[in-house]
Design a binder for this molecule. Structure first.
Ligand code: ITT
Length: 192
């Protein structure tokens, strides 16, 4: 099976992508690849951070690699937390602190519209390819559910009444930004 490194330290992301690619590709996270670095995310767009992450790991491994960067963009906050989603409430990447800060900042907002946006950067035989996935939805006022990760307890995708944190992974994957971007990645890889 074709081996590809997924340049992430986030195990949830690896599991979600494996649920889609199972049996077709061997997806290896940084932990499993024995690479222990905190990849830099210094840029102000998802695209440039994704490119930076994939390039950093390609330089180390010389193996085909993809990375992804995801942001939650809210209309009322002009796109925040956006590219800063992981560190919205500080360097600790604390999911609950990030949710608390988001709900506080949205407390008077009538417009609850939000979207998750994922950019995947694939470095394939030295060529760079970008794939995007978007999931539109809204931020609710009180969090619900314990599954998933990150902002899942406060995000309800369009077409559902449940938060992502109330869904099993298969159900989340019917709507998810990451799934849509991953489908494009998989389609590309299968056409090679
Ligand atoms: P890597 O950089 O190692 O891939 P990370 O967790 O730092 O992992 P990002 O920079 O892409 O990932 O940060 C995105 C943040 O956005 C993440 O920490 C979560 O808080 C949130 N996030 C991303 N995808 C999400 C999802 O499907 N559901 C809920 N929150 C999500």
């Amino acid at each position: 099976m074709m081996k590809i490194i997924f340049a992430t330290n986030n195990r949830n992301k690896v599991e979600e992508i494996r649920a889609v690619t199972a049996g077709r590709f061997e997806i290896v996270g940084l932990n499993e690849a024995g690479i222990d670095i905190d990849i830099p995310e210094p840029h102000d767009t998802l695209e440039s951070n994704a490119i930076e992450k994939a390039s950093a790991i390609f330089e180390l491994t010389n193996t085909n690699v993809f990375s992804e960067d995801t942001g939650l963009e809210t209309e009322a906050l002009n796109g925040a937390p956006g590219v800063k989603s992981a560190r919205y409430a500080g360097e600790g990447k604390d999911f609950q602190a990030n949710i608390d800060k988001l709900l506080l900042n949205l407390r008077d907002a009538a417009n609850r519209k939000a979207r998750f946006r994922t950019i995947i950067c694939l470095l394939w035989n030295g060529e760079q390819h970008l794939f995007e996935g978007v999931c539109e939805g809204k931020i609710i006022e009180q969090q619900r559910g314990t599954k998933g990760f990150g902002y899942d307890p406060v995000f309800v995708p369009d077409g559902s009444e449940k938060t992502f944190a109330e869904m099993e992974m298969e159900e989340k994957n019917k709507y998810s930004h990451r799934r849509k971007a991953t489908d494009k990645l998989v389609e590309f890889l299968l056409s090679r």
